[in-house]
Design a protein around this ligand. Structure first.
Ligand SMILES: Nc1ncnc2c1ncn2[C@@H]1O[C@H](COP(=O)(O)OP(=O)(O)OP(=O)(O)O)[C@@H](O)[C@H]1O
Ligand SMILES: [Mg+2]
Length: 363
C-alpha cells in the first residue's frame, strides 16, 4: 500500500500542494519551521482522522483561512481516492466519491505508524497515553473496536453526568450501567488478546535497537479484574462520594517493564527512548503481520535523536518496508540525515510550505 498523491489546500503553512509519490523511501529535508512535520501530520490525519500533535482541526487551518482540504490517492488492494474538507461549519469526508458514513469502514484504507519525539510520553506519560496506543492499534486491526469504544465512551459520559446529580435517577443509572458493561466487556477482551502479542514484538524490537540485556515485558492491568457488574456494584458508595465511574476500561493501565521493573521509574533516559521506539516498531510489525503489507511509516525527527547503533536497529524495519513496496516518509535537517540508508531514496527539499524533488543522493 502506498500514498500515490497528496493534495493540500490551506493546511498549516501549505497554501496549495499537489504532489505524487512513488513507493519507497522519501526523505524530507529542510531547515526548521518549513513544513516537514506539517506534511507528516496531513498524512497521519488522512489515515486516522486525528493529528499526532494532539490538536483539533481548527489549529490546522492555515492562518486566516476558513477551510482546509486534504486529498489523497492510495494505491493498494485496488485504488482509493480520499477527500477531506474541514471548516467551522462543514466536515466532509469521502472515499471514492461517496460520503463516509461509518468510520470503521474508512479507517483501514490508509494504515500508518508515526515515530515522533512525543512517543517518549508512551513511557513517561500517564496511563491514558498507553490506552490511546492500544486503542489506535485495535482500531487499525478490528472493525468492531471503534464502534465499541465510541459506545463505551458515550455511556461513560452519560453515566458520569448522572452521577453529578444529588439524587441520580435509579432507572437511568441502571440503564447506563448496562450499556457500559455491554460495551466495556468486549473492549477488555480485545485488549487482553492483543497484549501478549504486542509484548513479544516489543521485546524483539527492543533487542534490535537497544542491544541491552534487559528484557521488556508489557503487563496489562485491567481496571476490571473479574466481573464488571459486580465491581461496579461494589463501588456504588464510593461513586456517590467521587461522583464519577471508578472502574472500567477507561481506567486500564499497561505497565512497561524492563527486567520486571517499571521503565518509567527505573529506566535511563536512553532506555526509555529505546522502549518508545520499540513500541512503535512493534505496532508496525503487528500491522504488517496481520495485513501482509507494511503500513506507511512516518518518521519525524527521530533519527537525529538516536545514536548510530540504535539507528542501525531500525534499519531492518525500513528495509523490509522498502522491499514490500511500502513507503517511508522521514524528516531530517540537512546535517543529520542517515547516510547509511544509501542511495535508494527520493530526497525532497521542504521550503516555506513547498516541496521540490532533489537529485538522488550521492554515496
Ligand atoms: N495553522 C498554521 N497556519 C500557517 N502556518 C502554520 C500553522 N501552524 C504552523 N504553521 C507554521 O508552519 C511552520 C512549522 O512547520 P513544521 O512544524 O512542519 O516545521 P518543520 O519543518 O517540521 O520544522 P522543525 O525542523 O523545526 O521540526 C512554522 O513556520 C509555523 O509557523
Ligand atoms: Mg518538525
Amino acid at each position: 500500500m502506498h500514498l500515490a498523491r497528496l493534495r493540500l489546500r490551506d493546511f498549516r503553512n501549505y497554501a496549495r500542494l499537489d504532489v505524487t509519490f512513488a513507493p519507497g523511501f522519501h526523505l524530507l529535508l529542510g531547515n526548521n519551521a518549513q513544513g516537514k512535520t506539517n506534511l507528516l501530520e496531513a498524512i497521519y490525519l488522512l489515515a486516522t482522522l486525528r493529528s499526532f500533535r494532539g490538536v483539533g482541526s481548527a489549529q490546522m487551518l492555515r492562518y486566516g483561512s476558513p477551510r482546509y482540504f486534504v486529498g489523497a490517492e492510495v494505491v493498494g488492494d485496488g485504488g482509493h481516492e480520499i477527500r477531506m474538507a474541514w471548516s467551522a461549519t462543514e466536515r466532509r469526508l469521502s472515499l471514492d466519491g461517496t460520503p463516509v458514513r461509518k468510520l470503521a469502514d474508512y479507517l483501514g484504507v490508509l494504515r500508518v505508524v508515526v515515530f515522533c519525539t512525543e512517543d517518549l510520553q508512551l513511557v513517561k506519560g500517564p496511563a491514558g497515553r498507553r490506552r490511546r496506543f492500544l486503542d489506535l492499534l485495535l482500531t487499525q486491526t478490528h472493525r468492531t473496536y471503534l464502534p465499541l469504544l465510541q459506545r463505551y465512551m458515550q455511556a461513560l459520559r452519560s453515566r458520569n453526568a448522572l452521577l453529578k446529580a444529588r439524587e441520580p435517577d435509579a432507572a437511568a443509572l441502571e440503564s447506563f450501567t448496562r450499556e457500559l458493561i455491554a460495551a466495556g466487556e468486549p473492549l477488555v477482551r480485545l485488549r487482553r488478546e492483543l497484549l501478549p502479542r504486542i509484548s513479544a514484538l516489543t521485546r524483539l524490537a527492543y533487542r534490535q535497537i537497544a542491544h541491552d540485556a534487559e528484557e521488556v515485558r508489557l503487563d496489562y492491568e485491567p481496571s476490571v479484574r473479574e466481573d464488571f457488574a459486580a465491581e461496579l456494584a461494589r463501588q456504588r458508595a464510593r461513586e456517590r462520594v467521587y461522583r464519577a465511574t471508578l472502574v472500567g476500561p477507561h481506567r486500564d493501565e499497561v505497565r512497561l517493564l524492563l527486567d520486571e521493573r517499571p521503565a518509567a521509574q527505573f529506566g535511563s533516559e536512553g532506555q526509555k527512548r529505546s522502549l518508545a521506539v520499540a513500541l512503535k516498531m512493534a505496532q508496525a510489525e503487528y500491522l504488517t503481520g496481520l495485513h501482509g503489507t507494511p503500513p506507511i511509516l512516518l518518521i519525524d525527527d527521530v533519527m537525529g535523536e538516536l545514536d548510530a547503533s540504535r539507528r542501525a536497529g531500525l534499519l531492518p524495519l525500513l528495509e523490509r518496508s522498502h522491499q514490500a513496496s511500502g513507503q517511508v516518509f522521514m524528516t531530517c535537517t540537512e546535517e543529520n540525515w542517515p547516510r547509511e540508508l544509501g542511495r535508494r531514496l527520493q530526497r525532497w527539499q521542504v521550503h516555506q510550505g513547498a516541496l521540490q524533488p532533489l537529485e538522488p543522493a550521492k554515496g
